[in-house]
Every structure is written in C-alpha cells, then in structure tokens.
Design a protein. Structure first.
Length: 275
C-alpha cells in the first residue's frame, strides 16, 4: 500500500512540474525572437536614415558642382556624386570624409581661339575631406579637401579636328602619339608619318611633331622645305578649359582611345573656392 501511494503521488507531481516549465521556455523564446526582430528593424531604420542623409548631401554637392561648371562657361550633364565610405553619419560626426567621387558626363569647355574641348567623362575624386560638424552647422570655418584629382580623355578624332589638317590621322603607338597624312609634292601624293611630343605648360597642352618621313619621298631641298612647313602646321596649343575644384592639368598621356589628361589640386577649400 505504501509503495502504491508513493507511485501514485509521483505521477501527478511529475506532470505538474512539466506544465510549469514549458510556458517559461516558450516565453523566453518569444522574448528572444522579439529582440532579434527589433534589432533587425532598428538596423534597417538606421541604414535607411544613413542612406537618406548621404543622398541628400550628394544632391547638394551635385547642384553646387553644376553651378560652378556653368559659371566657368563649361557644360556637362548633371554631376553624379557619391560619398564613399559607410556609415555616412559616422563620418559627419567625425568631421572627416574618406572620399567624394564626382562624375561629370560629357564635359566640355572653351579651349581658346573659339575651340572647344570635350571629354565623355570628367572623373573627379576629392579625398581626405575635413568638414567639422560645427562648420557645417554654422557655416563658419573651412571645409578642405586634402587632395583632388581629375581624369578625362580627348579622343583622337577631336584632336585631329582641332589641328585642322586634311587627312590627318592620329593614334597611340608604344606610348607615343603618332600621326600620318597625305602630302602633295612634285605632282605626287606621299603618305607622311611621324611622332609627336605632348607636354603641358601653364594649363596648355602642346603638341609638336618631329621626325616626319615618307617612303619614296625625294631627298631634295624643295621637298624638305615643304615637309618642314607641313610639320609646323601640325603644331597646336590647346588651352585646357577651366575645371571644377581648382583642378590644373599636370600630365597628358597618349592612350589607345585618345589623349588622357590628369589634373590635380591640393588643400582645396570646398566651401569658399571649390564648392
């Protein structure tokens, strides 16, 4: 009888214990799931807010760049601006931005003597930008980019058009600018060719041809003088249009698709002289 009573009591006790534990475990799992969902939603809100703030700043910079391009008598499609680095709001609070990437599609501007230089894309990058939060709030103080670089390419058809000599064809060969054109001499047409030096001086691109030769060209003074005169006509000085952000052309290199120029500037004040 004693054993029977104990066994009988043990059964109900075990059942009561189990019914007390299961609700506690379920509540714990629900709280954990709720916390995870809350954190995911909070993260999504913060990411959305960060992206919204960055997009607003990018639009503002794009508008300012567009205004500056117009002020310089140049043209381009709407500048595409990307503030690199995440999160954006952390950079705002820190007052330092990793990089601001600005792309100006179909940029063109005056190159002197009524000429115009065009590039499919002017690609600009401002790095190490110091923009203290107090300066952004008050408008007092300087916003400075430690370095700004810009690159673009002028295709050879455009360069040949600017030199304005019939039949002139330009290309890149072994890292050098080479040209060829038909020349009339002694009642015959000769295909002359030669290499050119490309240099930059005071924001002017200087193209000068030398060592112009042609197969079968007679080695007589009159022909030599004709070729020398033709070579002088191939020389051209191209004034680089005024570029945004105080950029100045530093280097020009022949590439397969055209003359690629690199411009640069340091310590550019974005809120006073740049943007």
């Amino acid at each position: 009888m004693y054993l029977f009573v104990v066994a009988s009591r043990g059964g109900p006790v075990g059942e009561v214990y189990g019914t007390q534990q299961r609700p506690r475990k379920r509540r714990g799992r629900r709280l954990l799931i709720t916390l995870i969902v809350f954190l995911v939603l909070l993260g999504a809100v913060l990411v959305g807010l960060d992206r919204f703030a960055a997009s607003y700043a990018e639009r503002m910079i794009s508008d300012r760049v567009a205004e500056q391009v117009a002020d310089q008598q140049a043209t381009s499609e709407k500048p595409d601006v990307t503030i690199e680095g995440v999160p954006f709001l952390t950079q705002v609070l820190d007052g330092r931005y990793q990089e601001i990437h600005i792309q100006l599609p179909h940029f063109s501007g005056p190159a002197g003597n009524g000429r115009t230089l065009r590039t499919d894309l002017l690609d600009v990058r401002a790095t190490d930008v110091d923009a203290p939060l107090d300066t952004l709030r008050s408008g007092n103080g300087d916003i400075v980019a430690g370095a700004v670089t810009g690159t673009g390419t002028i295709d050879y058809a455009q360069v040949a058009e600017l030199i304005n000599q019939p039949g002139l064809k330009l290309a890149e060969q072994n890292g050098k600018l080479v040209g060829s054109a038909p020349v009339q001499a002694l009642g015959q047409t000769f295909d002359v060719s030669g290499a050119a030096t490309v240099a930059v001086k005071d924001n002017v691109v200087q193209i000068r041809f030398s060592d112009v030769t042609a197969a079968g060209l007679p080695d007589v003074p009159i022909v030599k003088n004709l070729i020398a005169s033709y070579v002088q006509k191939l020389a051209v000085d191209l004034t680089v249009p005024e570029l945004p952000l105080n950029l100045k052309v530093q280097k020009v290199e022949p590439q397969p698709d055209g003359l690629r120029f690199t411009a640069g500037a340091t310590n550019v004040p974005l809120n006073t002289g740049g943007l």
